[in-house]
Design a protein around this ligand. Structure first.
Ligand SMILES: Cc1cc2nc3c(=O)[nH]c(=O)nc-3n(C[C@H](O)[C@H](O)[C@H](O)COP(=O)(O)OP(=O)(O)OC[C@H]3O[C@@H](n4cnc5c(N)ncnc54)[C@H](O)[C@@H]3O)c2cc1C
Length: 467
């Protein structure tokens, strides 16, 4: 038997599942408890990936298989930092792997950001994907013009959802409350603005092409401007920068693609930085931007503000300028980068490794990469755990069971695998009626009611037990 018997993973997004898979494969005796603050697994695959990208969500089949392992206990509806402290977890488990992602958004930090109908893309994405935290957000889509700040894939997703004919979303797993509001949406024009140029835009070219094929939608670059200076040319000449080259080709091709019967419009703006939002009666009326110019060496160009301002009259602003991790009490944290300081996944405090504590996914490297990137990332983290094995002394046994027992003593209803499967079945059944893959439950209370009823009606059905 190894010195590691019990591991805790915090978070059930892709990085949590991939870490579980690697640990289960490497250590035949290990038992893993996977703590998740929501009653539902999958992290941003459920609450981030756009509803009109169903193929990408099929990765949950891989996660389901991992969850079926008898050596993995899913413990949903348990928030580390609130329901259990990190210290208690470290005391009870041989290793703790933090995989709880980067759930908050960066603020633009400009005047007027707090006005009504100025939101973060995080809220909008969470709302249309049925994340319980954003269930009661209100988005007024009665205006014609929206501004989306940011030139990355999340900005592309929210722009596409705003401009997409609603019928294209009806048969997706979009939350019912969002579909209802989007069906009445009057948004016809979206301005997608970025601080730097087309070469530095972070869209993957696949996402960008998706924007180019929204039905009845004209896509243009503002003033037909696709600014490319000599340093940008040097960036484009770099063979490893193929994505940027494809993006620039897409932007340059926009001039020829204006269709007459289009009723919607998407406008790209480059080299503009948000300056302030102006309001009327507490609501956004106008977004004011400052033009920037790019200065610096290739791949190090900074957007330098100029004297020139320009404004877009609009009724909705969504900012999408990055996700940000959050610290837990007792956890070293790099506030500059919004990540846990680590070396290849081994958590560090002032450069020294912290015993038994590891990190993976967005919390380890920041909000970059695709779902699959988290697999290699988690394998790297698990390798550090394996490398540390010879140095590990076994812990005092029994504390884990005490910790798990403490949950029910404090009336915290941990959601086990069987409970999640009951939620899953109910959602799929709801979806069948509506012609959707699933109708998501969007309130924690309704999920807990459902699983409680389910256990009462099937008393032999057990929740995830301490293995
Ligand atoms: C809007 C959006 C769209 C995206 N679209 C795509 C796409 O189309 N294709 C693609 O490849 N990638 C996409 N991504 C990226 C992909 O979702 C991420 O790479 C991936 O989800 C990161 O995995 P993670 O496990 O690190 O974090 P997450 O997926 O965020 O998982 C973290 C989990 O931890 C839980 N948690 C948080 N705090 C606690 C706590 N204190 N205690 C217990 N649990 C906690 C969360 O509820 C969550 O379930 C998208 C991302 C976003 C934001």
């Amino acid at each position: 038997m190894t010195a590691i018997r019990h591991a805790a993973i915090v978070g059930s997004g892709p990085s949590g599942f991939y870490a579980a898979e690697a640990l289960l494969n490497a250590l035949p005796d290990i038992v893993i408890d996977m703590f998740e603050r929501l009653p539902t697994p999958y992290g941003l695959v459920r609450s981030g990936v756009a509803p009109d990208h169903p193929k990408l969500k099929q990765v949950t089949l891989v996660f389901d298989k991992i969850m079926q392992s008898k050596r993995l206990n899913f413990l949903g509806n348990v928030e580390i930092g609130t329901d259990l402290s990190l210290d208690a977890l470290r005391d009870a488990y041989d290793v703790v792997v933090l995989a709880y992602g980067a759930s908050t958004d960066r603020k633009m930090g400009i005047r007027g950001e707090e006005l009504e109908n100025s939101h973060s893309a995080t809220e909008f994405v969470g709302w249309y994907n049925g994340h319980p935290d954003f269930r009661d957000c209100k988005f007024d889509l009665s205006q014609e013009v929206a501004v989306v700040v940011g030139h990355g894939n999340v900005a592309a997703d929210v722009s596409r959802i705003l401009l997409q004919p609603c019928d294209n979303l009806r048969h997706t797993d979009i939350a019912a409350h969002a579909l209802e509001v989007l069906a009445e949406s009057r948004i016809r024009e979206v301005h997608l603005v970025g601080r730097r140029g087309p070469v530095q835009a972070k869209f993957t070219s696949r996402e960008l092409r998706g924007l180019g094929s929204i039905p009845q939608c004209v896509v243009v670059a503002h003033g037909d401007a696709v600014p490319v200076n000599p340093a940008c040319e040097a960036e484009l000449a770099d063979r490893t920068n193929l994505n940027a080259l494809q993006n620039v080709e897409f932007f340059r091709g926009l001039r020829g693609t204006v269709s007459k019967d289009a009723s919607r419009k998407l406008v790209f703006h480059f080299c503009v930085s948000p300056e302030r939002l102006d309001g009327e009666a507490g609501r956004v009326k106008r977004a004011v931007f400052r033009r920037t110019t790019l200065h610096g060496q290739p791949f190090e160009q900074a957007a330098v503000p100029t004297e020139e301002l320009f404004a877009i009259d609009c009724g909705l602003v969504l900012s999408s300028i990055g996700y940000w991790g959050q610290p837990l009490e007792g956890l070293p944290f790099d506030f500059r980068r919004g990540i846990v300081p680590n070396r290849k996944g081994r958590v560090e405090c002032s450069g020294a490794p912290v015993d038994g504590l590891y990190v993976t996914g967005w919390l380890k490297r920041g909000p970059t990469g695709i779902i699959g990137t988290n697999r290699a990332d988690s394998i790297e983290t698990v390798q550090q755990i394996l490398d540390d094995l010879p140095r590990r002394a076994p812990r005092v046994r029994g504390r884990r069971q005490l910790l798990l027992d403490s949950l029910s003593l404090r009336n915290i209803r941990a959601v086990g695998l069987h409970d999640w499967l009951a939620i899953d079945v109910a959602e799929r059944a709801g979806g069948m009626k509506a012609g959707k893959p699933r109708e998501k439950l969007t309130r924690v209370t309704e999920m807990i009611d459902l699983v409680t009823r389910n256990v009462r009606e099937a008393p032999d059905c057990c929740c995830a037990s301490a293995g």
